[in-house]
Design a protein around this ligand. Sequence first.
Ligand SMILES: [Zn+2]
Length: 316
Amino acid sequence: MAGKAEGLVSQDDGELWHRRLGHLHHGALKILQQITTGLLQGTLAQSDQCKGSTLGKFVKATFHEKDSRTMMILERIHIDMCGPFSVASTAKHRYYVIFVDDFSRKCWIFLMQKKGETYSKFCQFKALVKKESGNKVKALRSDNGGEYISDKFKDFCKAEGIRRELIAPHNPQQNGVAEQKNRTIMVVARMMLHDQGLPLHLWAEACNTTVYVQNRCPHRILGMSTTEEAYSGKKPDLSHLRIFGANVYMHVTKDARKKLEPTTKVGIFVQYTNTPHNYRVYFPDSSNDVPKDTFLVVGCYLQRKTSNLVVVSGQA
Ligand SMILES: [Zn+2]
């Protein structure tokens, strides 16, 4: 097909990658082509018709923390919490907490049912990054919220040699990194949900997907690098990225269906997993909720089922 010749990529491809990458702006998309693998090469047309970007309304940051940056990963972690959400998530969560590494700007998100779980999520996070990188968290920056300054939390940091940096009240600029990240997550998650007309209880999956995708995107303080590469030294491969809310067609094997029942089940892609080509898929109770637009056809098989969320595996 002529449109696929070198240097020529269709308008649809620009739109596709804009949405796969969480409504990423065109300039960043061009940078990503140079610093990752798996992304379509050639000139991607600028997307100007995206429903999600219009409905989600991207609001520019009102303030930026001064671009001072630590010298190595985990030297300073910014923490911030978000919630309560008025709608409980699919798994009944009402809050999330994020940890942002100052050096790489990589972000980790943990869902919570109560604010009080912040301490245990920090312990989990600390153990996870130690295992991943071999490095220890050196300092933790937060506001004075009760969930960060409990005796248990303070004692743990003291015992682990983690310096606490508490932000003066009414001075959110000092926590700019985490606050800004939280704001971006909300904006992009809203775009992704509205783009596909998905129910609001999928907010947790939308937030998770936003963090996953943004960890594979450039950041203004990093220059020609993604946050993932700044953290792990590994160049991300984006070939498995799909549009949040895209339809997933799952083959139902002969043994699993009755005569005359459909051979295909339609679900919605809502989240990535730790294995690149495994996707978390949501099966709404009513087929009316299934988005009309279809961007993904996956030959996949059922792996694990928890309520109406399943993990499937397959190549597009
Ligand atoms: Zn968009």
